[in-house]
Design a protein. Structure first.
Ligand code: NAD
Length: 357
């Protein structure tokens, strides 16, 4: 089979980690008889440099014409002085909205080999953390009405949090479907004790739950959820939440697992199309030094094979290759213990590609 992948390498460490993911995909292609055709386009800071804006219509069109998008990361201090609507990160919002990617899936799991990278007490994580955050991605306060106005206390700015029943229903279905393939538990996170938008969220989630009698549903207020993720992370299977709360909780959950350089993500819309990217940013502090951990991007490519191309066996092969090199003691700087040998980005990618069976 031939698959078309739009590739956005982005800024900072983006290009180097994406190149390693492409190497691993090519190896999968060789072994399993698939052809991955890459269409490279710009977005983020490099697009500002080339075209004056972070996202062009051409980039969006190439993505739309592809089966999936593989993205590195965008942004960096070079573009800090850009006006807010022309910053590199705007490209991400434009891609999500333009491609209709309303669901963000962020698994957070601990690899046995890295258990001691977890900052929590061992008894809290024994037996493993394995949760996935399903975050609504193109609604809520990040896309709501915004503006400024005069108030008796001086000029004020506002952003509106709004969710429609349809927006909540479609993301809730993704979470319940995911739970059916996992341990059949959904925790919906909101702030229904204060916000009307959260009360609507909770009502619709309960309606959707009626169609999934096998799935256990509970609700947490976001402040309690933030506490429970560090207090008892093993209780979670699927966490379903809004754009704003999901942004914050998914970073918290990623830290609980040890390294930001290990965690992949998928952004999905209707149908099988998806955009796949590591959860980390462009890490300007280590860009160009062969220090970045490419595993999060490589694992994002595995998610692409599983969710967009339906290639479960091939996705397993990538995940097993990552586990294999970890077992062999391959460590980038972010996951190495003091005194351990450190592998560079390129060497790590090569070893993972070689370990694909
Ligand atoms: P970051 O994730 O880039 O870096 C945070 C820390 O983690 C840094 O110390 C970095 O060196 C380290 N790190 C990140 N990825 C790593 C990897 N693969 N291997 C080893 N170490 C890694 O977050 P930041 O510093 O807050 O942001 C830097 C830039 O990235 C900003 O411009 C920000 O807006 C942007 N950003 C982009 C995305 C995205 O493209 N999806 C996401 C988050 C941040």
């Amino acid at each position: 089979m031939k698959y078309n992948i739009a590739v956005i390498k982005g800024d900072g460490i983006g290009p180097s980690v994406v190149e390693q993911a492409m190497l691993v995909l090519d190896r999968v292609g060789e072994i399993y008889g698939h052809e991955f055709e890459y269409h490279e386009v710009l977005a983020g800071g490099c697009s500002i440099d080339e075209y004056g804006k972070p996202l062009t219509q051409e980039t969006l069109d190439v993505c739309k014409d592809s089966d999936a998008v593989l993205l590195g990361a965008v942004g960096g201090p070079k573009w800090d002085s850009q006006p807010s609507d022309n910053r590199p990160e705007r490209a991400l919002l434009g891609l999500r909205k333009g491609l209709g990617l309303f669901a963000n899936l962020r698994p957070a799991m601990i690899f046995d080999e890295l258990a001691d990278a977890c900052p929590l007490k061992q008894e809290l994580v024994e037996g493993g953390i394995d949760l996935v955050i399903v975050r609504e991605l193109i609604g809520g306060i990040y896309f709501g009405e915004r503006g400024s106005r005069e108030t008796p206390m001086g000029p004020a700015a506002y952003d509106i949090e709004q969710y429609s029943e349809g927006e909540v229903r479609r993301i809730a279905k993704i979470a319940f479907d995911m739970a059916m393939k996992r341990r059949k538990k959904v925790t919906s996170v909101d702030k229904a004790n204060v916000l009307d938008s959260s009360r609507l969220w909770r009502r619709v989630v309960e309606e959707v739950a009626q169609d999934y009698p096998e799935v256990e549903l509970n609700h947490f207020y976001v402040d309690n959820a933030a506490m429970q993720i560090v207090r008892n992370p093993k209780q979670f299977d699927v966490i379903l939440t809004s754009n704003l709360f999901g942004d914050i909780l998914s970073d918290e959950a990623s830290q609980v697992t040890g390294s930001i350089g290990m965690l992949p993500s998928a952004s999905l819309g209707e149908g099988s199309f998806g955009m796949y990217e590591p959860i980390h940013g462009s890490a300007p502090d280590i860009a160009g030094q062969d220090k970045a951990n490419p595993m999060a991007t490589i694992l994002s490519a595995a998610m692409m094979l599983r969710y967009t191309f339906g290639l479960g066996k091939e996705a397993d092969a990538i995940e097993n290759a990552v586990k294999h090199v970890l077992k062999d003691g391959v460590r980038t700087g972010d996951i190495a213990k003091p005194g351990e040998k450190i592998s560079g980005t390129v060497e790590t990618g090569r070893l993972i590609a070689e370990a694909v069976k």
